[in-house]
Design a protein around this ligand. Structure first.
Ligand code: AMP
Length: 397
């Protein structure tokens, strides 16, 4: 690891400002899924154990640049208190005199969570003065928010410029280590499984991976645009008409470069976009005009499985169908099962993206793959070979 990590720092007595990713779902004033909070615990516990003063900051949702109780991190402070088994203090803002006073009163081993940084529009603008104000609260900056590392915001990037000591936290370190395996020194065959709603979101990923992977397995809504590009009629399925030409170019490039590019051969079609829709499994050339493709079919799962069976490195981003509807989740869950099996046999399997991560935990297999990334956009940009601003901002060793 080239970056300074939290293990390289002396934290005792220091005010440690940590950017965490506590962007968690809140329902009726309670944390509905605490995965991201639990992922940040090792870094927080390290600061407590070393006698540092932990000042945590995060965004939550997309508030319109002012205080909004709906996006308050207060429920997170309460939940974190329970997880840590100690009282976590909560500041009503992330900058200002009151916050500074709370920071100054912090004792060694105590934890303070600041209010949502996005209540200030300066956060997303990466405003220099705002970043400087955040930095002035602390002696050391630690970035452990992998899920936000692809964004150059004040709390993820700007702040690092105003503190001499900067480091990445354990979660960030774990994410970078696993994702680096997928981009360098990886064992082949290397297979990318891509799904989700749109081709447009993943075009850059395909382009950047085409010289690296041996095979692409394409499912989900994005497969429809490729099927259409190959001349299939896909009825009322989600298709990006303006991306059909691009899909053709990608298919040609894959053929030229001898990269296996598998599309569904069969699919589950439905007469409406709902879980209680009528549905049928058909070959991709038999999609009914008024119906839509909502999942990959069993023959596709089998063919994808044959490729995955021999793979040594697999990255997966995007569900194979509308897995939120039970009747159209099968393809996604079957792929999750195959990933768990090949992991047991020694393949490195990396699942990235919010939806794929939630699909794999819904399938009960989150612990059966090598790595589930906490970052959707961030893991994709990393796999595309881009430098993440939140990582770049941290000093090298
Ligand atoms: P993304 O955020 O791009 O990874 O897309 C995830 C979303 O794609 C999920 O909410 C799925 O329901 C949706 N999706 C997957 N397959 C299809 C499909 N065949 N038609 C429409 N939406 C789909």
């Amino acid at each position: 690891m080239r970056k300074v990590t939290i293990d390289d720092l002396h934290l005792k007595g220091k005010k440690v400002l940590v950017r965490v990713d506590f962007n968690v779902p809140i329902e009726s004033g309670k944390v509905a899924d605490d995965t991201r909070i639990r992922e940040a615990l090792p870094t927080i516990r390290k600061i407590i154990a070393d006698g540092g003063k932990a000042i945590l900051m995060s965004h939550l949702g997309r508030p319109k640049g002012g205080f909004d109780p709906k996006y308050s991190l207060k429920p997170v402070a309460e939940h974190l208190s329970t997880l840590l088994g100690m009282s976590v203090k909560f500041a009503p803002d992330c900058v200002g005199d009151e916050v500074r006073k709370m920071v100054d009163e912090l004792k060694e081993g105590e934890v303070l969570l600041l209010e949502n940084v996005r209540f200030h529009p300066e956060e997303e603008k990466n405003d220099e003065n705002f970043a400087r104000e955040l930095a002035s609260l602390a002696d050391v900056y630690v970035n452990d928010a992998f899920g936000s590392a692809h964004r150059a915001h004040a709390s993820t990037e700007g702040v690092a410029r105003f503190l001499k000591e900067t480091a990445i936290g354990y979660l960030m370190q774990k994410e970078i280590e696993y994702l680096s395996k997928a981009t360098s020194n990886l064992e082949k065959p290397y297979v990318a499984i891509l799904g989700g709603a749109k081709v447009s979101d993943k075009i850059q990923v395909i382009k950047n991976l085409i010289d690296k992977v041996d095979a692409f397995l394409i499912g989900g809504g994005m497969a429809n645009t490729f099927l259409k590009a190959k001349g299939y009629e896909v009825g009322k399925s989600l298709v990006e008409e303006d991306k059909i030409e691009l899909a053709k170019e990608i298919l040609d490039e894959a053929e030229e470069k001898k990269v296996t590019f598998l599309l569904p051969v069969d699919c589950v079609i439905a007469n409406k976009f709902a879980n209680d829709a009528e549905f049928e499994v058909v070959a991709v050339d038999k999609v009914k005009p008024d119906w839509m493709i909502l999942d990959i079919g069993p023959e596709t799962v089998k063919r994808f499985g044959e490729v995955l069976e021999n793979a040594k490195t697999i990255v997966w981003n995007g569900p194979m169908g509308v897995f939120e509807f039970e009747n159209f989740a099968k393809g996604t869950f079957e792929i999750a099962k195959i990933l768990a099996e090949v992991t047991k046999k020694g393949a490195i399997t990396i699942v990235g993206g919010g939806d794929s991560a939630s699909a794999i935990s819904k399938a009960g297999l989150a612990n059966s793959v090598s790595h589930v990334s906490t970052g959707g956009g961030a893991s994709l940009e990393f796999l595309e070979g881009k430098v993440l601003p939140g990582v770049a901002a941290i000093r090298d060793k």
